[in-house]
Design a protein around this ligand. Structure first.
Ligand SMILES: Cc1cc2nc3c(=O)[nH]c(=O)nc-3n(C[C@H](O)[C@H](O)[C@H](O)COP(=O)(O)OP(=O)(O)OC[C@H]3O[C@@H](n4cnc5c(N)ncnc54)[C@H](O)[C@@H]3O)c2cc1C
Length: 349
């Protein structure tokens, strides 16, 4: 049995930053994630895409942000159960016991669910023989854009992911064709303008309203049949990337008796992001409250608030005073120390 203060479900940006905030307050964390590496959506879906709205980073690639978070939490030596899904929940005295699908047991006074979209899986097109071509030409995300250098790629979808990857791959691939079932794209206006420019320059082909009707190929994908209005086209391609979003799976958390609101866990946001069960918090993309913004920075903020509330459960009766890291420094559980610096503070005269 692994014993810790806070069991964190999800090692996405929110879960990782929870380890840091908890560590500042002297609490240990154990991270559980179904994926084999930390980083959540940032690592799994868009590691090479630049993010522009992380405070103090005018631009940072999602994978780089994860690396920085891992570096930041290193002093607090979290435990990891990667490639394991949190499934069972029971209670012994004042501790929760989480059991994973690999039968690992984690005991903690507090649970922080930072599970993003839950166990998500890509929304797939309904096509005959689709499975035959999965990982043989059909893929649902882009991990390494270099894989597509000088290749022919068909991207299908009308949201941000489809538009963003079309823009990125247009610079790398031999040929990119973007298809969408509607004439209007749902993505950001700026991205729509960019793809229009790429089309005008002849770098990109756009087919709308169009749907994929059949896949062909002996051992791997070779041709895609596409219905454009009432015409049928046969396009030779190396890759088809359908980007129709992700299907969230909340089954586990529903079975724990947590209140679910439209595929997210309802929390008390006026206080501390606690769910309807005492000691179980939900932070980051997985929670729902009025005005919620599904952004990385929201997850960071919620992690800080949640940890200060959890301190009272982990250390009943102990007083917790908010300290600036500039004043307290950082004392890692690994023995490392970052001392506060006594330098002059500029003050207003
Ligand atoms: C293409 C794209 C571009 C984006 N761009 C931006 C941007 O520019 N700026 C921005 O702020 N946000 C952006 N986002 C959103 C951002 O990625 C999310 O807000 C962020 O990832 C949420 O972090 P999280 O840690 O809450 O959840 P996630 O990153 O989703 O991580 C949750 C983790 O929990 C795990 N998990 C779930 N259930 C279980 C379980 N039962 N057991 C074990 N593990 C479990 C999952 O495997 C996952 O790894 C973008 C998203 C996408 C898809």
């Amino acid at each position: 049995m692994i014993d810790t203060d806070i069991a964190v479900i999800g090692a996405g940006p929110t879960g990782l930053f929870t380890v840091f905030e908890a560590g500042l307050l002297g609490m240990r964390c154990h991270l559980i994630d179904s994926l084999s590496k930390p980083g959540g959506q940032c690592s799994e879906i868009y590691p090479n895409k630049p993010i522009y709205d992380i405070p103090a980073y005018p631009e940072i690639k999602a994978g780089e942000l994860v690396d920085k978070l891992l570096e930041q939490i290193k002093p607090f030596s979290p435990g990891y159960s990667l490639g394991e899904t949190a499934e069972g929940l029971s209670k012994e005295d004042d501790k929760f016991i989480i059991t994973t699908d690999k039968k690992t047991k984690i005991s903690a006074k507090v649970i922080a669910i930072a599970g993003g979209l839950g166990n998500f899986e890509p929304r797939k097109p309904k096509l005959e023989n689709l499975e035959k071509y999965e990982d043989n030409g059909v893929q649902y995300g882009v991990l390494d854009p270099e894989k597509f250098r000088n290749k022919s790629v068909i991207i299908s979808g009308g949201g941000d992911s489809a538009l963003d990857w079309t823009i990125v791959l247009s610079e790398i691939a031999k040929k990119v064709t973007l298809i969408h079932r509607r004439n209007q794209f749902r993505g950001a206006v700026d991205s729509v303008n960019k793809i229009q420019k790429l089309k005008d320059k002849g770098i990109l082909e756009i087919l709308t309203p169009a749907v994929i009707s059949k896949l062909h190929g002996d051992k791997k994908l070779e041709n895609v049949e596409i219905k454009v209005e009432d015409k049928s086209l046969n396009l030779a391609t190396d890759y088809l990337i359908p980007l129709y979003g992700l299907v969230p799976k909340m089954d586990v958390f529903k079975s724990w008796g947590l209140e679910i609101d439209k595929n997210a866990i309802k929390v008390n946001n006026s206080l501390d992001y606690q769910t309807n069960k005492n000691g179980i918090y939900a932070i980051g993309d997985i929670n729902s409250y009025p005005g919620k913004l599904k952004l990385i920075l929201s997850g960071f903020h919620e992690a800080a608030i949640m940890c200060h509330s959890a301190f009272q459960i982990v250390n009943p009766g102990k007083k917790n005073v908010l300290k600036y890291t500039t004043v307290s420094g950082i004392s890692g559980f690994d023995g490392s120390k970052k001392e506060p610096k006594k330098t002059e503070i500029n003050s207003f005269k």
